[in-house]
Ligand binder design. Structure first.
Ligand SMILES: *Cc1c(COP(=O)(O)O)cnc(C)c1O
Length: 402
């Protein structure tokens, strides 16, 4: 069937993949806003619950619109199965807690999204699950930590906000030898730029809130992996704990996926231009962008990613005061803690997304008070560069006038 053929290229799969047309033959994916489903007979209900026939039961377990999104994401990722969740954090939480039990040991890269860090450092220890953190870019630390048996490895690459790259293939090898499954939070790379499963990961998680919606509208998440793991480990957890994605949000995410390749290509192109512009400004101490010649892990980034992504991180000389002056002088780029939107957004991680991890941990991660994370949107890059230029000039003039 055309719509489900895995032989099409990504852009085609993202428009047609997973489509399950109703008898009405609608062009756009149908939106099934229903909590439950009816049966032709009591016998059909019984057979459904016995697992003898396939029939939707309840939207906490499964929903036809959500299923279309799950199929499309699985085709794109090259995964055997996918479950969508209400948020990215629900996806991370379900992937970890469905697999782990008291006494298990986790190894994680230190540079994790704030709430992922909270789950492993604060929540899981309450249930007797211990985590050892390593510097994700240092293979020797992974080797040392995984010399002891472990159940699960959690990592993010590129990391938020310093865009550190983890060698996925090398870590997966070490993890498997230690008996661990590898869970990759692939949000910054997106499913188009990096394929963790091909590099040896077992499970990939997304916040669909970011580039997959890409237009700042809804929250959503997804977990992808092998059919057996998804059906036997993840699905019972999701079915009984209830992080289900609403059909309406699934429908918006399906439409978001249709334009993902176009949006991402434009965003990556603009981000690279913005990074080059920033690197040439005297106010900027340093710029991080994975494909730039001065990124310390450029070769690794180029080997495992097909492009640099839409995030640029830079450090203003002059710390928090200078960073705030620049952010407050921006007119087009808005101050926000979100990312992956069509609108360009600037974040000061030290006082927002990474405030709670504390000064010591921030210092270890290189998140100084002068660091700004820029999520590059779909505006004309020349307008973004003009805006950044006027903000940097205004901020340095304001400083000089003090
Ligand atoms: C945003 C984000 C999450 C959490 O996703 P939500 O949809 O906000 O719950 C997890 N990991 C990374 C890397 C993110 O950027």
């Amino acid at each position: 069937m055309m719509s489900n053929s895995p032989t099409y290229r990504p852009a085609t799969l993202l428009v047609h993949g997973g489509v399950d047309r109703s008898p009405h033959g609608e062009t756009a994916e149908a939106l099934y806003l229903t909590s439950g489903f009816v049966y032709d007979s009591a016998e059909q209900a019984e057979a459904t619950f016995k697992g003898e026939i396939e029939h939707y039961q309840y939207s906490r377990f499964g929903n036809p619109t959500v299923a279309m999104l799950e199929k499309r994401l699985a085709l794109l990722e090259g995964a055997e199965a996918c479950r969508a969740t209400a948020t990215g954090m629900a996806a991370v939480h379900a992937a970890l807690l469905s697999h782990l039990k008291a006494g298990d040991r986790v190894v994680a890269s230190r540079a994790l999204f704030g709430s992922c860090h909270w789950i492993v450092s604060t929540l899981m220890p309450r249930y007797g699950i211990a985590t050892q953190f390593v510097d994700g870019g240092d293979l020797e630390q992974w080797r040392a930590a995984l010399a002891t048996p472990a159940s699960l490895v959690l990592l993010e690459s590129p990391s938020n906000p310093m865009l550190e790259i983890v060698d996925l293939a090398a870590v997966a090898k070490l993890a498997h030898a230690a008996g661990a499954i590898v869970v990759v939070d692939n949000v910054f790379a997106t499913p188009l730029l990096q394929k963790p499963l091909e590099l040896g990961a077992d499970v990939v998680v997304y916040s669909c809130t970011k580039h997959i919606d890409g237009q700042g509208r809804v929250l959503g998440g997804a977990v992808l992996g092998r059919k057996k793991w998804v059906e036997e480990v993840l699905q019972p957890f999701i079915r009984n704990t209830g992080p289900a994605l609403s059909a309406f949000n699934a429908w918006l995410l399906l439409k978001g996926l249709e334009t993902l390749p176009l949006r991402l290509a434009a965003g990556c192109r603009s981000a690279a231009q913005v990074a080059d512009f920033l690197a040439g400004r005297p106010e900027i101490a340093r710029v991080w962008y994975p494909t730039r010649a001065d990124h310390p892990q450029r070769a690794l980034a180029m080997a495992q990613m097909s492009d640099g992504g839409t995030l640029v991180t830079f450090e203003i000389a002059g710390g928090k005061e200078a960073a705030f002056r620049v952010m407050n002088a921006l007119r087009l780029v808005r101050v926000s803690n979100n990312l992956g939107d069509s609108k360009s957004l600037a974040t000061h991680p030290a006082t927002t997304t990474h405030m709670r991890i504390g000064a010591e941990e921030r210092a270890r991660l290189g998140i100084t008070d002068g660091v700004i994370r820029l999520s590059v949107g779909l505006e004309d890059p020349a307008d973004l560069i003009d805006d950044l230029a006027q903000a940097l000039t205004f901020a340095s003039l304001a400083k000089a006038a003090e």
